[in-house]
Design a protein around this ligand. Structure first.
Ligand code: FES
Length: 108
């Protein structure tokens, strides 16, 4: 049986009317693959990174601020808003690769 603790999850809001959430999720999957980060090292432990779309994350105010989508990365519980496909490479490299929060997109 797989241990849930060995997984890092990225939930992307797909509740907006357009396809932005799905586009961001698709871009995240592609970028994880191209940056070789489908497995991330977190606190000395290897975790498979799973990206999935979900219903509203209750961050709608942020979603409606711009044309991008909201997403949350676990286990850290860091939320990002107004994320567009062009922002995804930075989130993957900085947050998932280096463990640095991308401040310009972070939600309070
Ligand atoms: S519509 Fe995106 S968080 Fe609610």
């Amino acid at each position: 049986m797989k241990s849930v603790d060995k997984v890092a999850r990225v939930f992307v809001c797909a509740a907006q009317k357009d396809e932005i959430g799905r586009d961001v999720a698709k871009a995240l999957k592609q970028e994880l693959k191209s940056q070789g980060l489908k497995i991330r090292l977190l606190d000395g432990e290897k975790r498979k990174v799973r990206v999935q779309t979900c219903n509203c994350l209750d961050l709608c105010k942020q979603c409606k601020k711009g044309a991008g989508a909201a997403l949350i990365i676990y286990p850290e519980g860091v939320a990002y808003g107004d994320v567009r496909p062009r922002d995804v490479a930075e989130i993957v490299r900085e947050h998932l690769g280096e463990g640095r929060v991308v401040k310009r997109l972070q939600l309070d």
